[in-house]
Structures are given as C-alpha cells and as structure tokens.
Design a protein around this ligand. Structure first.
Ligand code: AQP
Length: 342
C-alpha cells in the first residue's frame, strides 16, 4: 500500500486553514493509504516556544487529529522528537541540500522577516528536516496545504541528489497531495494573506477550539466588499475559479471557498445558491455551517486535551510503530553514506 506522511506544528492557535488544508484530508485518505501523521515539535522549536506551552500544544494537535476522526489504530500518530530518525536523517540532508536551494524558500523569508540575521539556523534548514520527516518512512504521498508546495519540491530535489550522488535508487520521489477546495484559506481580515497561527490578530482566523459565539463574531466582522455575490458565470469552463477572478475580490471568494469546503460542495453549487445575495444573508448561512462543523471538533479537542494520559498513550504507541519503520531506513541510509556502525 502507498504510504502517506504529513505533519502539523504544535505552535498553538490551530485554525480552520490547518483543518481544511490538511487534517480533514488525513481523515479522507486513511482508508486508502498506510498513513503516518506527526506532530512536528522539532519544527516548532525553529521559533521560540514556551516549554510548557509546547507540551500543551503537542497534546492539542494530537487531540485535533483524533477529534477530526483519524483512527490511531489503523494509522500512526506520534510526535517527531520521540523518533531519532528525523533529526539524524535531517543532518545527512543538511549535507545534501545546497545553500542556494534554501535561499529560495519563501517561507523562510516570510518568517524571518526583516531581521534575518537574528533568525534561528533551524528556521533556515527547516525544509531539510521536513524532507527527513517524509523520507525516513519512504513515504510517497504528502497531503499538505498549498503553502508547503515549495518545501515538497525541495524534498524531491534532495531525494534526487542523494540517489544521484551515491548511485542508488533509495529514496522515492514524492507526490504532493494538495487536495480539496480550500488548499489556501486566507485571513478573515485581509484576503491577500493566508490564515495563520502566528498572525497577531485572533480575529484573522477561526481557531478549531473557538466556541459558537467567537465563530459568529469573527465571521460577522470578516472583511468583505460592497458588491453582491456573483453567480456561476464567473467560473472557468472546467468549473474552477480563475485566479484573476479570485484576485479581484479576495475576501468574498475566500469566504465562499470556506463555505464550499465546509459544505463539501463545488463552486457551481455554492455560487448558484448565493447568486445576487448580500453578505448579510450569506454570512448568516456561513456562521450556521461553521458552528455545526467546527463546534463538535473543538469540543472533542478540549475533552481529549484534558485527558493527558490517553493522548500520551497514543503518542507513545505511535512512536514505537514509527521507530519500527524508520530505524531500518535510517540505518541503510547511514550505510550508503559510509557512516560506520560497528
Ligand atoms: N491558511 C491555510 N490554508 C490551507 N492550509 C493551510 N495550512 C497551514 N495554513 C493553511 C496547512 O496546515 C498544515 C499544518 O501547517 P503547519 O503547522 O506546518 O504550519 P504552517 O504551514 O507554517 O502554517 P500555519 O499553521 O499558519 O503556521 P504559521 O503561522 O506558523 O505559518 C500544512 O499542511 C499546511 O500546508
């Protein structure tokens, strides 16, 4: 069976973008693939984390996987730092990846901001660790949101260069799986920025643990424009939303896209339903839908996060199963590059 790997950082404020762009797809893929879902706590360390908060957020992301419907028996769920192959393979990849490749990574530029000199070295080599996460299991399919596309291309480059340099056919060339209609959920305040955990304004995102009142308040205050909602004539012949159309009204199409993803409907159905309506009517329907879909997951996340024993047991058992797969792959890789294991 084909193997999937995907990870989520335990950096707090898990939001609707993380759910629609990644976690919900995990649930849909779990019956067709051999799946490994990881809480990537080593990645979180690339930016400052309060130690106690990091532990709490690690349990919270695990709870989100479980609450969304990922089955910990048929899939592997664990936190990255418990399995040594990630860090050890990442070191080998630090020596395979080229500085020129890393210099092109837009996420580093965005996260480091203007004060690049002061960014952690870990933030710079983040994509190498991500390649190690995936290739430590020889995973072939990686479901992520659109923001991770560039990192996955780098993972392909690393696998190709490793295979070429050592004259082997060892690491697979992965397939990104950027799935669904909400691969890039945008901020509720600014349709040109992605919804993000690290955005200072909490009003910019729907957190998975927000209650009904918070969801309603945020959606009611979400930025819109003065026009009425368009009909399906704006769609291309393939039924998709053309990029220039989206760019002309980014906030409107972001909210319509969130509705389509939560309702599991295509653009044609959603645009036909709301054609000619004002944002007042549309937002009322969106609030109702978001509360119905996000509310139960958030409630279950809170219940599970409080049950630390049960969550920790899932992570412990998952790590054991993850080690059983990754350890032989790491050892073979060490042999290929000439690291002596007497
Ligand atoms: N806005 C988004 N829309 C769709 N998918 C998204 N993802 C993140 N933001 C969106 C996807 O969620 C998964 C886990 O992301 P991550 O924990 O690795 O964090 P990130 O990609 O760096 O983005 P965040 O969550 O907003 O954090 P910050 O604020 O730190 O940048 C990934 O599959 C990601 O694509």
């Amino acid at each position: 069976m084909k193997r999937i790997f995907s990870g989520v950082q335990p950096t707090g404020n898990l939001h609707l973008g993380n759910y629609l762009g990644a976690i919900r797809n995990f649930v849909r893929l779990q019956s067709d693939f051999d799946c490994i879902f990881c809480v990537v706590d080593l990645h979180a360390l690339t930016l400052w984390q309060e130690p106690e908060e990091l532990r709490r957020h690690t349990r919270e992301v695990t709870a989100a996987f479980l609450a969304a419907g990922v089955d910990p028996k048929s899939n592997i769920i664990f936190n990255q730092s418990q399995v040594r192959a990630h860090a050890e393979l990442a070191w080998i990849f630090n020596c395979v990846a080229r500085i020129g490749w890393l210099n092109r990574m837009t996420q580093f530029k965005e996260k480091a901001g203007k004060n690049r000199e002061n960014a952690s070295a870990g933030l710079y080599v983040y994509p190498n660790l991500m390649a190690a996460d995936i290739l430590a299991y020889k995973a072939t399919h990686v479901p992520v949101g659109d923001d991770q596309r560039q990192h996955l291309e780098l993972c392909r480059d690393i696998a190709q260069k490793f295979n070429h340099d050592y004259g082997v056919d060892f690491f697979p060339i992965i397939e990104p799986q950027i799935l669904g209609s909400a691969t890039r959920v945008m901020s509720l305040r600014d349709g040109s920025r992605k919804m993000s955990k690290s955005e200072a304004s909490d009003m910019s995102r729907i957190n998975m643990t927000d209650g009904a009142d918070e969801i309603a308040r945020k959606l009611r205050k979400a930025t819109t424009d003065p026009d009425l909602l368009p009909g399906p004539e704006v769609l291309g012949e393939d039924g998709a939303l053309p990029e220039e159309t989206r760019r002309a009204r980014p906030e409107a199409y972001n909210l319509l896209g969130i509705y389509a993803a939560l309702a599991d409907e295509d653009w044609t159905a959603v645009l036909t339903r709301f054609e000619g309506k004002g944002f007042g009517d549309f937002k009322k329907a969106l609030v109702e839908l978001a509360v119905a879909k996000v509310g139960p997951i958030g409630d279950e996340m809170k219940r599970l996060t409080a049950d630390t024993g049960a969550v920790d047991a899932v992570l412990r058992e998952g790590a054991e199963r993850a080690r059983a797969i990754s350890e032989p792959i790491l050892q073979e890789c060490q042999d290929i590059v000439g690291l002596l294991r007497p």
